[in-house]
Every structure is written in C-alpha cells, then in structure tokens.
Design a protein. Sequence first.
Length: 219
Amino acid sequence: MSAVRLNNTWVSLALAFVGGYGDAAGFLLANSFTGHATGNLVLAAISIAGADWPTFFRRVLAIALFLAGIPLSVTLERFVARKPSWSLLRAMMGIEIVLISIAYCALTSHLAARLQLFVGCMSLALGLQNGAFRKAGDIGVHTNDLSHGNDHLIRTEAEGRTAGGARNRAPDPKGNILCGIWLAFVVGAAIGATMVFHFEALAIFGTAFVLLAMMLWRP
C-alpha cells in the first residue's frame, strides 16, 4: 500500500470516528441526528405524527444544512484547486472546528433558538466533512452516511459466496477499509455518547480535538 493510500486510509478512519462521535453527541444533546439525513427524515415524520413542530423544524434544518455542506465543500475546493488535496482537508477541518465552537456557545447560551443553532452548526460541519473528503481523498467513501458502504460489503460477500466460497475470494482492500470505517464510526458514537453523559455540552469539543490533531499531523 502506497504512502498516499495509507494516509487516506487513516484520514478516513479518523473522520469516521468524528462522524460517529458528532452524530451520537448531537442526538443526545438536541434529540436530532447531526451527521446524516436519512435518520432525521424518519424522526421528522415522527414529529409530524406527534404534531411536535419545533422538533420537526429542528430536524428539517439538520437535513437541509447537512446537505448544504456538500456544495459548500465544492466551493471550498475551487479556492484550493491548485494546491494539494490535503489543503482542502485542512481548510475543511478548520471550518468544522469553528462551527463546532459556535454550536457549543449556542447550546450553552440562553437564546430561544439555541437548539436550532446547535443542530444547524453541527449538521453543516459534518455535511462539509462528508463532501470534502470524498473529493479530496483517493478512496471513494463516506465518513458519515455509511449506507453507501453497506452496498459494497453485501454485494462483495454475495459475489464471493456465489463464486465458490470465501477461500476463493481475492482480497478486497476497499471492503477492508469500509469495515474499518464502520468500526471507527461505531467506536466514535459510543465514546461520544459516554462523553456527553459525563460532561454534557462540553463533550462536543471531543470532535474538535480530533480534528485539530489531524490538522497538525503531517502526512
């Protein structure tokens, strides 16, 4: 495995950890997912059934801003298009840290819309991450929405069994990376939830700490 490929693998695992951590922490702190749109679509429908309009608006806001992170990452890429891809990742992580800091300040404030501001900032941050790494890295993965990886893993497993069992299967580097991303996401979610139970809103800075460490790291 080349050095560039190895670096991208570790970046994908670290960002998956951030995605799981942020999603779990966001749900516990604001009762909304902040790292992917699918779960919030279901929760928004439940809010409609219960006529809980403030929660419905918060979940729709999370969906909209998470998706808005993708065109934002495209715009950001244009500014650093002549620079190495790592420059895009560093810029993205810097913006994420700022948005996470704003989210914390909003959540701990006395503003009437503090939950909406928190969810909006966190969703935009994780949506930006989801769009930027897919464009900057060599590996075609998503570090928040893992459903795309499910298709590849299940299809590869089914094709392997059809071809004559696991012993005849060729190594699947992408499948190994996707499994690692799944594990990193789940571990991040577990740690994020644990940190929220112990430190409440302050726990959200766990994501910022990981991102800052990645920014200071030299690939």
